[in-house]
Write a protein that binds this ligand. Structure first.
Ligand SMILES: [Zn+2]
Length: 169
């Protein structure tokens, strides 16, 4: 396994739209394993392939307390289910240190392939629901800060650039 570099906003590669996986083979499983290792190391609850510059539609998530329940979604598709809208503060490994609440459907159904290439579907609520929606946005090149005002986004960009300069100084 290998740790992957997590792209940070405003890296233009975060805007790529990832390509569907045509066959779940060992290469794809290798990506999955590397993504899980990278997510755990960064103490995140989810990671999308776009964030590590892999052009395949892959999402990994672990919202368990112990961090021992990895979920793998290949070519995930989300259908909102009936129910209220939830507003949970979201963070992102590509926008470290910033948290913003976003309105999203509380309940969604996700259909995807697992690491053996088998299709499954899962009804999600709570943190898992927010997380899968957030990660699927990444696969389409979207970020959770896109709904903020451009002034606020500029502030976030400047702060991140400053942090990176300090980190490399
Ligand atoms: Zn994110």
């Amino acid at each position: 396994m290998a740790l992957l570099e997590i792209l940070q906003f405003p890296d233009p590669r975060l805007r790529n739209k990832a390509t569907p996986v045509t066959e779940v083979n060992d290469t794809v499983r290798q990506h999955v394993d590397n993504m899980l290792e990278t997510m755990y190391k960064a103490q995140g609850v989810g990671l999308a392939s776009t964030q590590v510059d892999i052009d395949q539609r892959i999402v990994v998530i672990d919202v368990s307390e112990e961090g021992d329940d990895p979920l793998v979604f290949i070519n995930p598709k989300i259908t909102p289910l009936e129910g209220p809208t939830s507003e949970m503060a979201e963070g992102c490994l590509s926008v470290p240190g910033f948290y913003e609440p976003l309105g999203r459907p509380e309940n969604v159904r996700v259909t995807a392939l697992d690491r053996d290439g088998e299709e499954f579907s899962m009804d999600c609520d709570g943190l898992l629901s927010v997380c899968i929606q957030h990660e699927c946005d990444h696969l389409d090149g979207k970020l959770f800060i896109d709904t903020l005002s451009s002034l606020k986004r500029t502030r976030i960009r400047k702060k991140l650039e400053k942090n990176r300069r300090l980190a490399t100084a």
